[in-house]
Design a protein around this ligand. Structure first.
Ligand code: NAD
Ligand code: FE2
Length: 388
């Protein structure tokens, strides 16, 4: 794609930011005229105390139903079964409080509750007919950006093969997102590292994507800049509000960027692994990122040079190619400083299933097509062989 190719930039979510912005939740629900809401969350959020703080913002005249059983990497069965519990309950809106797994589950429920079939019928773009229920997203991780994008990632198992599928649509943009870093004061540092590296992966893959545009570049490159400056201080201390605010905003900024630019093969390979091994999305991405950057940089050295600059790498006197390689080296080292293991073997991925993983990733057009360097099966195999 060149700078003047035809593109569309799509954005819909009203985003409230800042310390104490969670106070907007009550007025937003009143404005929507909500009388009964479904709060979607998980056990980790419940035990962290975040859920209690959020519930405290909802007026007593709104009835709150709580579904707190979302599991990481939500699957078709969990969505369909939950929808059966809450169908015909006259729910006016959903409020998702959690990471990507919770927000994606809420998006999927918002569709399935007003449409008749299984979530597996709605893979692809705008495949549902009835309008989804409105959704308010309160992210509690600093990675997926699901709160500002139009996708939900759902694990599917067909014929015994687990894969991650995407449901996209206009109604999957949350109506409202509330980014309040003060809710995340007790976030574990390992979770900041893994989800923060997911956000960095979105920003970099989005920036170098074949589908990128001036609009998406402005978001994705700025997110690289903010993450580069905030991620280590945030990992070091979750009460560093400035750093956590930076991470939370940057993950949403690139969430919107990537919704319009697409991603690349870190995500293609990571989704294959995430589905097969039920592995944490952020960690898998963080481990794969340096390997894919090493592979991809030759496709667009200029853009990799921009990434080096955004990460404040000293590139004075370097050629474009040298600066591009410096960006790759910097990210590799950042991953190490963030405490991310170097190999997928450390999180239980083995070479036994390498052929299955190659096959799934190779057929994932959503990530194969926008990846800046065209990949063969052998290339994917080599990356897995090195990174496992
Ligand atoms: N829709 C999208 O655009 C998009 C983009 C990237 C990833 N995803 C999907 O999102 C999912 C991953 O989401 P995630 O990385 O945000 O993690 P997650 O939602 O799976 O949460 C991981 C764990 O962290 C806990 N947790 C979350 N916030 C916490 C907090 N503040 N304090 C303490 N514990 C907390 C949760 O309880 C859970 O046990 C995957 O399914 C992935 O495929 C979606
Ligand atoms: Fe991701």
């Amino acid at each position: 794609m060149n700078a003047y190719s035809e593109t569309v930039f799509n954005a819909k979510t009203k985003i409230y930011t800042g310390v104490s912005s969670i106070k907007k939740l009550g007025p937003v629900l009143q404005e929507m005229g909500a009388h009964r809401i479904l709060m979607v969350t998980d056990q980790g959020i419940k035990h962290s105390g975040i859920l209690k703080n959020v519930l405290g913002e909802i007026s007593e005249n709104i009835e709150v139903l709580i579904y707190d059983e979302v599991k990481p990497n939500p699957d078709v069965a969990s969505i369909d079964e939950t929808a059966n519990i809450y169908r015909n309950k006259e729910i006016s809106a959903l409020v998702a409080v959690g990471g990507g797994s919770v927000i994606d589950s809420a998006k999927a429920l918002a569709i399935v509750l007003t449409n008749e079939s299984s979530i597996s019928t709605y893979y692809g773009f705008d495949q549902y007919t009835e309008k989804a229920l409105p959704l308010i997203a309160v992210p509690t991780t600093v990675g997926t950006g699901s709160e500002s994008g139009n996708a939900a990632v759902i694990t599917d198992e067909t014929d015994g093969l687990k894969t991650k599928k995407l449901v996209f649509g206009e109604d999957l943009f949350p109506r409202v997102a509330i980014l309040d870093a003060s809710l995340l004061r007790a976030m574990p540092s390992g979770l900041i590292a893994s989800t923060g590296m997911d956000a960095l992966t979105h920003a970099i893959e989005g920036y170098v994507s074949i589908w990128s545009s001036h609009f998406t570049d402005s978001l994705n490159l700025h997110a690289v800049r903010v993450i580069g400056k905030s991620i280590l201080p945030a990992i070091a201390h979750s009460e560093n509000t400035e750093a956590m605010h930076g991470m939370l905003l940057a993950s949403s900024i690139t969430g919107l960027g990537m919704a319009n630019s697409g991603l690349g093969m870190v995500h293609g390979i990571s989704h294959a692994i995430g589905a097969q091994y039920d592995a944490p999305h952020g960690i898998v991405n963080a481990i794969l990122l340096p390997y894919l950057l090493e592979y991809n940089w030759i496709a667009n050295p200029e853009k990799f040079k921009d990434i080096a600059e955004a990460l404040r790498v000293n590139i004075e006197g370097l050629s474009v190619e040298e600066a591009a390689k410096a960006a790759v080296a910097y990210v590799k080292n950042l991953t190490k400083e963030a405490g991310i293991p170097e190999k997928l073997g450390a999180i239980g991925v083995s070479k036994d299933q390498i052929d299955v993983l190659v096959d799934i990733a190779f057929h994932d057009a959503q990530y194969m097509v926008p990846n800046p360097r065209k990949m063969s099966r052998q290339d994917i195999y080599n990356i897995l062989d090195q990174s496992i």
